[in-house]
Design a protein around this ligand. Structure first.
Ligand code: GTP
Ligand code: MG
Length: 347
């Protein structure tokens, strides 16, 4: 669809308290697609997983919706209690277009849940709450991979009541932070109410519902913001600085606007003066490999937002996580360096 080319992939950050299931949910989203025999279509980027739109609508059992949505897919970013992530958010980089806040339904709100919500509030980022680990509710009858509503119908009255009680506790906590919320299937206007989706990252129950709501949010809130021109100079944020065998110091970057090419001059934030260097190689991990253990990368000539990519270039030793990466033209590298430095000094 030509229309798709005009929208970039929305970036969805998965946030929440330690151990509440952020990585498990992403594993589930990835794994389900593999089970569906669509591994080739899923790309695992650096610190990020891109899920194309056709896989999402199929997973939701609604392939006919493929023409209704104009986003090309969703780019999920896992957020460990990562310092780089906090600083990049507080820089107002607005990296996340949307978010999932995960909370263990058995534990309720914890400090990092609250912190995540405060960040989202500050940046006015639309989000959905995933009330995870429903399979741990005493008496829960598992219905693997089913939408929540279907699974809920198969539960005893006691379990149904317990779920509703827990959800109302979450509604109360959210209200204290200034958000109106409801169980997602009772929300009529997602612009006024945050949807809470009970899920299990372990069994896959409710995961399709989360994906559907995210697409709806993307469509509704982001259409104007996500339009972009692939001809824009690439702009991104440094997630991590890593030493790689044979490559020297590299930076893992989320590119959120424009195009980045091999040979481009880039300006990268640093503790001192920003680094001006030339891209020697652009590297993507192989599809569906675990980034932490991945050692083989695929070299590509160019990448377009939104995407996670590893950049190899000289002089990156002093690059700073959380700072900007911008492609420079033939004569404006110094000017861009000044802008990045000023931004950093304002933090
Ligand atoms: P950090 O990255 O450390 O912040 O944690 P996380 O939020 O990524 O949590 P992770 O996905 O690593 O899950 C923590 C533990 O909870 C693991 O042992 C998971 O197997 C388990 N877990 C996650 N989701 C579920 C679920 O839905 N049900 C059950 N039973 N266990 C789960
Ligand atoms: Mg994790």
């Amino acid at each position: 669809m030509a229309e798709n080319k005009k929208l970039r992939t929305p970036i969805v950050c998965v946030m929440g308290h330690v151990d509440h299931g952020k990585t498990s949910l992403l594993d589930k989203i990835r794994g389900t697609a593999v089970v569906a025999g669509e591994a080739g279509a899923i790309t695992q980027h650096i610190g990020a997983t891109e899920v194309p739109i056709d896989i999402i609508v199929n997973k939701c059992g609604q392939p006919q919706l493929i023409n209704k949505f104009i986003v090309p897919g969703l780019l999920f970013i896992d957020t460990p209690g990562h310092h780089a992530f906090t600083s990049l958010r507080s820089r107002g980089g607005a990296l996340a277009d949307l978010a999932i806040v995960i909370v263990d339904i058995n534990e309720g709100f914890m400090p990092q849940t609250i912190e995540s919500l405060q960040i989202l509030k500050r940046f006015k980022t639309p989000f959905v709450v995933a009330a995870n680990k429903i399979d741990r509710i005493p008496g829960w009858r598992t219905n693997p991979e089913k939408p929540f509503a279907e699974s809920f119908k198969n539960q005893s009255e006691n379990v149904q009541q317990l779920i509703d009680t827990r959800i109302y506790e979450l509604v109360g906590e959210l209200y204290k932070l200034g958000f109106n919320s409801e169980r997602y299937d009772r929300v009529t206007d997602f612009q006024k109410n945050v949807g809470i989706v009970p899920i299990s990252a372990a069994t896959g129950e409710g995961v399709a519902d989360i994906l559907m709501i995210l697409l709806g949010l993307a469509q509704k809130f982001l259409e104007s913001n996500l339009r972009f021109d692939a001809n824009n100079p690439g702009t991104g944020t440094v997630l991590e600085i890593k030493e790689e065998k044979g490559l020297g110091t590299t930076i893992d970057v989320i590119l959120y606007d424009g195009t980045l090419k091999k040979g481009d001059t880039i300006v990268v934030g640093s503790l001192g003066n920003p680094i001006i260097t030339k891209v020697r190689a652009l590297l993507k991990p192989r599809p569906l490999t675990e980034i932490q253990t991945e050692e083989k990368f695929k070299s590509v000539n160019e990448v377009t937002a939104a995407i996670g990519v590893k950049i190899a270039a000289p002089s990156l030793e002093k690059a700073l996580a959380g700072t900007a990466v911008r492609v420079a033209g033939s004569d404006n590298a110094d000017e861009i360096a000044k802008e990045i430095k000023t931004e950093l000094e304002q933090v």
